[in-house]
Design a protein. Structure first.
Length: 255
């Protein structure tokens, strides 16, 4: 139920949804004063959330604590990669459809593996390995795909059931515990914007992990032309808003 509600609520975390809602109310309402206020509010919101420099600053401020991050000097037995970095895998072309810039979660884990920083890679709850209703998945195809990058099948741990951050933490810790791993032997790998909520979710399961952040946004240096309203920031705000709101919800319900 929580999973379904969270998916529905994500629609309402889109600035475009807010803008369209204000315009619909402005059209339906009879009071001329409120009609004007709603219309002006929609225009102001459109200008604000289509402003790329504003988005870039919000992204930078959210992730700047990781700006000087380097490869860990400590050795870890497992890199736990949070899923949600893809829309799935096409087994015919053997290509992964990466979601936005979250593919770095996987690529940085591979870099850690190749550098000898981690011994194994665990992927938790991504669309590339998720099981369907019949119990089928593309896990074997993903293993073959990662094999092309030098990742041995025996060094992969696949958690195939998690659908959100809470389940990532719950199912991953149970699997890692059953395999004999300890929290201090595991490194959590996820997007910088997602790191705080992820670490807190694992801690709620009794596992305090070190984190390695990906998708770190650099300090912006906007030009004058970049302040011209653009369409893409209207959708790109969703990642930050989802994490801010998700953090509040998770903390409230104890996740």
């Amino acid at each position: 139920m929580f999973f379904i509600i969270s998916k529905i609520l994500k629609v309402f975390l889109l600035p475009l949804t807010w803008i369209l809602g204000l315009l619909v109310f402005a059209y339906l309402i009879k009071n001329k004063r409120w009609k004007k206020r709603l219309f002006v509010s929609a225009i102001v919101m459109l200008i604000v959330f289509s402003n790329k420099p504003l988005l870039n600053w919000a992204q930078y401020l959210t992730t700047k604590q990781y700006s000087h991050q380097q490869l860990p000097k400590k050795y870890y037995r497992v890199a736990v990669v949070m899923g949600g970095f893809s829309n799935g895998m096409d087994t015919a072309s053997m290509q992964v459809s990466f979601l936005d810039d979250r593919g770095d979660r996987l690529w940085e884990a591979i870099r850690l593996y190749e550098a000898g920083t981690v011994e194994r890679i665990m992927i938790s709850g991504d669309a590339t390995i998720s099981m369907d209703g019949d119990g089928n998945s593309n896990a074997d195809a993903l293993k073959s795909y990662l094999g092309d990058f030098g990742i041995h099948n025996g060094d992969l741990i696949l958690e195939q059931h998690a659908r959100n951050t809470r389940e990532n933490a719950t199912f991953s810790t149970a699997m890692l515990d059953s395999l004999g791993y300890r929290p201090d032997q595991c490194l959590l790998v996820t997007s910088a914007t997602h790191m705080k909520r992820s670490l807190a979710s694992f801690e709620a399961c009794g596992w305090t992990l070190d984190g390695y952040a990906t998708n770190i946004y650099p300090k912006p240096h906007p030009s004058l032309i970049s302040f011209i309203p653009q369409w893409k920031p209207l959708t790109d705000w969703h990642e930050l808003l989802n994490e801010w709101f998700g953090g509040i919800v998770y903390k409230t319900v104890g996740y």
